[in-house]
Design a protein around this ligand. Structure first.
Ligand code: 6U4
Ligand code: NA
Ligand code: NA
Length: 168
């Protein structure tokens, strides 16, 4: 068998605002993303997500499972399973760490000619992982989702993707 590694990614999503972190070092450096990392041995995915949110943003939240991503890279023996979590409320003070600089973004939709009433910048998709554009709208709409993304070997860009919303 090939190998699968479990990761988490957590977002604070309020009315029309989302908290992202600017990754200062390591994997995904200089990209905006949620807060998360590897699930450590003996830890559940929820425990890992809660721990990483605290480590990277300084806050605690009652996280709700929001979706699953499965990433495969051409020619790699490792695939990534990422549990996405969301919370509206948090406790503690949002804190910049060595790894992440947290920042709020707005996701309100404005129609043509309408004044943008938020002073926050819009979600910076051009400075995020390419796949985020495909599932972030589902996260913001509070629709549970699952998706698979295949990355190309040469340049790490998406070669194939599939996303669905969860039906019960
Ligand atoms: P260590 O080794 O402890 O510093 P750790 O914090 O465990 O690392 P890290 O920061 O490398 O893990 O975690 C990577 C983060 O990036 C996880 O939250 C998953 C996320 N991630 C990776 N590829 C992604 C992608 N294509 N799209 C996305 N998030 C991705 O939205
Ligand atoms: Na991390
Ligand atoms: Na970690």
């Amino acid at each position: 068998y090939e190998h699968v590694k479990y990761y988490t990614n957590a977002f604070i999503v309020r009315d029309q605002e989302i908290l992202l972190g600017f990754k200062k070092r390591g994997f995904g450096q200089h990209k905006y993303n949620g807060f998360g990392g590897k699930v450590e041995p003996g830890e559940s995915s929820l425990e890992a997500a809660t721990r990483e949110l605290k480590e990277e943003a300084g806050i605690s939240a009652n996280l709700e499972h929001a979706g699953v991503l499965f990433f495969i890279s051409e020619g790699e023996q490792k695939a990534f399973h990422i549990d996405i979590y969301r919370a509206e409320e948090y406790t503690g003070t949002i804190t910049e760490t060595d790894e992440m600089r947290p920042e709020w973004f707005s996701f309100q939709e404005t129609s043509v000619g309408e004044e943008q009433s938020s002073s926050l910048p819009a979600i910076p998709y051009d400075r995020m992982w390419e796949d985020d554009l495909h599932w972030m709208p589902l996260l913001l709409a509070r629709r549970k989702f699952a998706g698979r993304v295949d990355f190309r070997k040469q340049d790490g860009k998406l070669s194939k993707w599939w996303f669905g919303t969860v039906v019960s």
